[in-house]
Design a protein. Structure first.
Lengths: 155, 155
């Protein structure tokens, strides 16, 4: 039955970083994506792009955390309880992370990138080029999102 | 062993559309994402965003197609043979689609969206809000990408 379908994926590679804990959230952080040797041909032409989407598997999320459906953004109780599909939290039914990174260099099967908020050893599911269709104009975000950014500036 | 890790996911819902064939690529196309009933709480607050990322599973891709590592973009032999990680082709080791859509309306467990290039019945893996951090300035794309856009304008 269609609704019982299970989807099985294999990592295309792994994240390599020296950053631990909250330091992985630093948008200036340089990390590497080590792509499996046998997939190296899939990288040809990638350096013609400045930015990539990285899809990765949040392998530290437990089954219990996958059942979470609402959170306070960034754990802040002053912000409204919000559905997990309306927040970029790691807690979600399919714990896939999605981050836009800057591509710094490519050497063999190793992509060096800036701004990847993933821990060392995180399985990477896919890498896709970011193109002009991915730029949104006239974007709307919630007021709590803007408040978070304002609060950051005050720090 | 880490490198043998298999990742198992369950769809959070399905795509519903009347479009068939190449018509799903129309960026004005309105489709629906029918989210599983038990996940409806995960949608709260989502309408505060204008745009979403939709991650979906390209379930028509065969195992053979998953082994493809290079393609000519859009099947055009005049464009350079390019690695699958440098193109948004459906042929990739983990056939996950990623599309930015405009959120038109939300009713119960049904998201109505504009611009989702997925076939009817496609399993949806995740929905994430698009926020200001996802907008890239000073973007670089390959010259073949720009040529494709120019050729479209001529049609």
């Amino acid at each position: 039955m269609q609704h019982e379908q299970k989807i099985v994926l294999n990592p295309i590679g792994y994240v390599r970083t020296v950053a631990v804990g909250d330091k992985v959230k630093d948008k200036a952080l340089i990390s590497q994506i080590v792509v499996r040797d046998e997939l190296i041909d899939g990288l040809s032409g990638i350096f013609d792009y400045s930015h990539l989407f990285v899809l990765f598997y949040l392998n530290q999320i437990t089954d219990d955390q996958r059942r979470t459906l609402q959170v306070h953004p960034r754990g802040r109780m002053d912000l409204p309880l919000t559905g997990v599909f309306a927040v970029r939290t790691m807690l979600r039914p399919n714990p896939i992370g999605l981050t836009v990174v800057e591509l710094v260099s490519v050497e063999g099967n190793i992509l060096t990138v800036r701004g990847l908020d993933a821990f060392d050893g995180t399985p990477v599911l896919d890498v896709k080029p970011y193109d002009r269709w991915d730029i949104v104009e006239n974007l709307k975000v919630p007021s709590w999102w803007l408040k978070l950014q304002e609060d950051k500036k005050k720090l």
